[in-house]
Design a protein around this ligand. Sequence first.
Ligand code: ADP
Ligand SMILES: Cc1ncc(COP(=O)(O)OP(=O)(O)O)c(N)n1
Length: 269
Amino acid sequence: MPIRTAVPPRVLTVAGSDSGGGAGIQADLKTMLALGVHGMSVLTAVTAQNSLGVQGTWELPVDAVRAQYRSVVDDIGVQAVKTGMLASAALVETVAELLAGTDAPVVVDPVGVSKHGDALLAAEALDSVRTKLLPVATVATPNLDEVAQLTGVQVADEDGMRRAAEEILAFGPRWALIKGGHLPGEAVDLLTDGSAEHWLRAPRYDNRHTHGTGCTLASAIASGLALGQDVPTAVEGAKAYVTGAIRAGFALGGGIGPVDHGWRTRAAD
Ligand SMILES: Nc1ncnc2c1ncn2[C@@H]1O[C@H](COP(=O)(O)OP(=O)(O)O)[C@@H](O)[C@H]1O
Ligand SMILES: Cc1ncc(COP(=O)(O)OP(=O)(O)O)c(N)n1
């Protein structure tokens, strides 16, 4: 076999570790592998986490985050970046400052709280997310709880998602993807840049094992962007990928199991 010379696009996740492997850095890197890009990581925090919740959180020092970022970007280079759990105002501001200097598209998942209700971002960091991080985002991907935290808008229907998108766009990202995963009925998301509106619809799978949906979707969008897709195309591909992963999510431990990042390569049962 000849030695390979072409290299895959490189995608960087700046996020926290989920020891259970369903969300965070672990979900991001699995998604990137599944979608054909080279995944790299800047770790912001370590969580002791499993299917039952988060048992502990430890933030990394800002210097450690800065050093990881410089190591990756200055030598290897990135075609897209995704951010996830940033834990504190100091980390949010450090990451925003680093990303202000990149030409690569940036997908910001403004992670606030885990599915079990564990805080993954300090309350006093919300303002830094609004004023420092969202302005450097190409795409921001809040779920409805994050919309409420960031804007005060309580979304109950598709009109509410429109209002939420306007409020999120006012903070400065080029695109807002409002995830309607927490509403009943079809799994509907709204992508908009303030002029074009793209509604993404998928069947809702009545599967309890949905740990990691948001991380997976945001990483899949970043992977599509790194592969050269435009934002609507990358989001459409990411929605198809996360929908399949949710459908195939499996039981692990005694609580909420992970989505299946390998669903496209695993033989059907
Ligand atoms: N049960 C489900 N079936 C199908 N799609 C879902 C389901 N739950 C969430 N989704 C989709 O998963 C993606 C992530 O959304 P969501 O779960 O709201 O994010 P988060 O993990 O940040 O809370 C969205 O595209 C949403 O529509
Ligand atoms: C370390 C870490 N980062 C992010 C999350 C939240 O992930 P998400 O994809 O939103 O999944 P759920 O927590 O909602 O299942 C996390 N739990 N841990």
